[in-house]
Design a protein around this ligand. Structure first.
Ligand SMILES: Cc1cc2nc3c(=O)[nH]c(=O)nc-3n(C[C@H](O)[C@H](O)[C@H](O)COP(=O)(O)O)c2cc1C
Length: 166
């Protein structure tokens, strides 16, 4: 699958098969994040990879009782250093590298941003001076959602000036 095909066909997946992602594939997905670009190559983020079923259940509680978290195979809590101006963007780029590499290899994912940050940080022993940027659930898809709508090209793309659409 080429990159654009992965971008075009990817969907957020919230239902997962009870099937383990092989270690080498899990490693490849994380490696895609490690290779992502970052401002001045500072890489001010870390991925805490959670696979333990009891941990995922606890995390689901910290994530406002989100049901699908306990059902995913891997839950990544991505933390970043807020002292770095670009930490959220750098972490987001790394996560999206992981998302597309996962999809290319048959693994579904869903970002998660609706958590109690202090509770989540305490569960994964995140340093107090780090922030949770976003989370990512990963697993073999057990659903095939339709594409969600997007704004039109002309709503998003402007030529030379904001007054020149499309
Ligand atoms: C930063 C971010 C946070 C998100 N947080 C959540 C979330 O907390 N819960 C959830 O179910 N989906 C979450 N999503 C997934 C979006 O709802 C989803 O990407 C969007 O509806 C478009 O659907 P698609 O990914 O299938 O194209 C999040 C996505 C992003 C990029």
């Amino acid at each position: 699958m080429d990159v654009f095909k992965a971008i075009e066909t990817r969907r957020s997946i919230r239902k997962y098969e009870d099937r383990r992602i092989p270690e080498d594939l899990a490693r490849k997905i994380l490696e895609a994040g490690r290779l992502a670009p970052s401002a001045a190559n500072r890489q001010p983020w870390a991925a805490i990879v959670v696979r333990d079923p009891e941990m995922k259940k606890s995390i689901a509680v910290a994530c406002n009782d989100c049901e699908y978290i306990a059902g995913c195979d891997i839950f990544i809590v991505c933390i970043g250093d807020p002292q770095d101006k670009w930490y959220q963007i750098d972490a987001a780029i790394a996560l999206e590298h992981m998302v597309l590499t996962a999809w290319e290899n048959g693994i579904g994912s869903c970002y998660f941003g609706y958590y109690n940050e202090e509770h989540l940080k305490s569960l994964v022993h995140a340093p107090p001076d780090m922030k949770v940027v976003a989370c990512l659930a990963l697993g073999y898809p057990a659903e095939s959602p339709a594409a969600r709508p997007r704004k039109s090209f002309d709503d998003l793309v402007y030529r030379e000036k904001y007054s020149h659409r499309g």
